[in-house]
Design a protein around this ligand. Structure first.
Ligand SMILES: *Cc1c(COP(=O)(O)O)cnc(C)c1O
Length: 407
């Protein structure tokens, strides 16, 4: 029964212009890695680069590396490497700190940019990754605003004369639903508020178009689709038009106009580096910089086309192999509403994922009942996708017949 799909997979892999990129990553053929939306795979050349950073730049040059190895300017230099992937012109993205910290800077910064007491509400994506909600609540409290949680589809209607800013996720981390960034941004701005986007699950998987769609501020992490490594620094985008008035709530010395003057008074630097705080985590940052080489010569539109083809093909294989009703897809069928992952719900999801991982199909679980499969077009292929669906079907069937009893 799986013959025709296997044949199709082989043909799709043979015609895939991105197929060769897989060789750039440290992956073994025994495993289908569908968790790159949580921790991207390691690009093979990163360990060699890190050995040089540690032994030569740190070990031999020591403090000279802040200048001679370009450590000091790494946050804005690497920001400019991330920028084209999210549709930003140079000079608007700075890398550093975690996504959580950048959500704080962006949201408090947005309220300060709006600078209007009568705008006393912050609209926040009620379905968001929890950290964004926690930080938004604190940002609201600190700025004397009220938090208004609404579903992303309702943001456009929820914003009005009382809104200072809206914080929305581009792709829902749980279901993989892609939200309408151009439409929501336009509605937020038409209401006189600022649009702040979290790109954690979209950057590196699909075109974002920050400049083209007039986004005000944005944040995202680099360890998912951007393969920067565990805990690699996040980034902050501040649109050029807002930079002169962007007033960071964390004005550390690294964002000072003349940091080495060591003056007691703060004077913000110009440009994106206004989003910096303290001394950057150079080792993680330089691992990210090296990891970004895998994007050289890749068009994000090409990545998007393959991502949609992979998720379509996975859903088709699942429909062919798994009996109807066994799994419920939470992933939107429409391409305009789909990110780069497939989320399938079933009551015994924890047990199913455990066995899947044992058999080399590495997805993850979002409790209580969601199986999550991330499709990273630079290193996941169509044969991998067919195999993942086939093993998933076997595991479900065994659970049902009690060959193993996960329940
Ligand atoms: C992964 C993710 C984060 C992670 O935040 P950290 O501060 O890096 O731990 C935040 N928000 C969203 C939407 C995410 O998907």
């Amino acid at each position: 029964m799986s013959e025709p799909l296997r044949t199709r997979a082989a043909a799709l892999d043979a015609a895939d212009p991105l197929a060769k990129r897989r060789e750039l990553f440290a992956l073994d053929d025994g495993v289908v890695y569908l968790d790159g939306n949580s921790l991207g795979a390691l690009p093979r050349h990163v360990p060699g680069r890190m050995a040089d950073v540690i032994t030569r730049e740190w070990g031999e040059l020591r403090i000279r590396s802040w200048d001679e190895s370009g450590w000091w300017t790494a946050p804005e230099r690497i920001g400019d490497r991330v920028a084209p992937l999210v549709g930003a012109a140079p000079g608007q993205v700075v890398v550093g700190d975690s996504t959580s910290v950048n959500v704080f800077k962006a949201l408090v910064g947005a309220v300060r940019l709006v600078d209007d007491e009568s705008r006393d509400e912050i609209v926040v994506d009620a379905t968001t990754f929890p950290t964004d909600g926690y930080i938004a609540e604190s940002a609201a409290r600190l700025t004397g605003r009220r938090l208004v949680p609404v579903a992303p589809g309702e943001v456009a209607e929820a914003v009005g004369p009382r809104t200072a800013a809206a914080l929305v996720n581009h792709v829902d981390y749980r279901t993989g639903r892609l939200h309408d960034l151009p439409g929501i941004t336009a509605a937020v701005r038409a209401a006189g508020a600022l649009a702040v986007w979290d790109l954690c699950h979209s950057a590196g998987a699909l075109p974002v178009g920050l400049d083209a769609h007039g986004v005000d501020l944005a944040v995202g992490c680099t360890y998912k689709y951007l393969n920067g490594g565990p805990g690699s620094p996040a980034y902050l985008y501040v649109a050029a038009r807002h930079q002169p008035r962007f007033d960071s709530p964390l004005p550390g010395w690294n964002s000072h106009a003349d940091p080495f003057a060591m003056t007691p008074g703060y004077a913000a630097a110009d440009g994106a580096l206004r989003g910096r705080v303290g001394t950057p985590d150079i080792l993680s940052m330089l691992a990210l910089e090296a990891a970004l080489d895998v994007w050289d010569g890749v068009a994000i539109e090409e990545v998007r086309a393959k991502s949609l083809a992979l998720t379509d093909f996975f859903l088709e294989c699942v429909r062919a192999y798994v009996p109807d009703g066994r799994l419920t897809s939470l992933t939107p069928a429409a391409h305009e509403e789909r990110g780069s992952q497939v989320a399938l719900a079933c009551a015994d999801a924890p047990a199913v994922m455990k066995v899947l991982i044992e058999r080399g199909i590495v997805g993850d679980l979002r409790r209580p009942d969601v199986l999550r499969f991330g499709f990273t077009p630079l290193y996941v292929g169509f044969a991998d996708t067919e195999r993942a669906a086939r093993v998933l079907a076997e595991v479900c069937a065994e659970a049902d017949t009690g060959a193993r009893s996960p329940r």
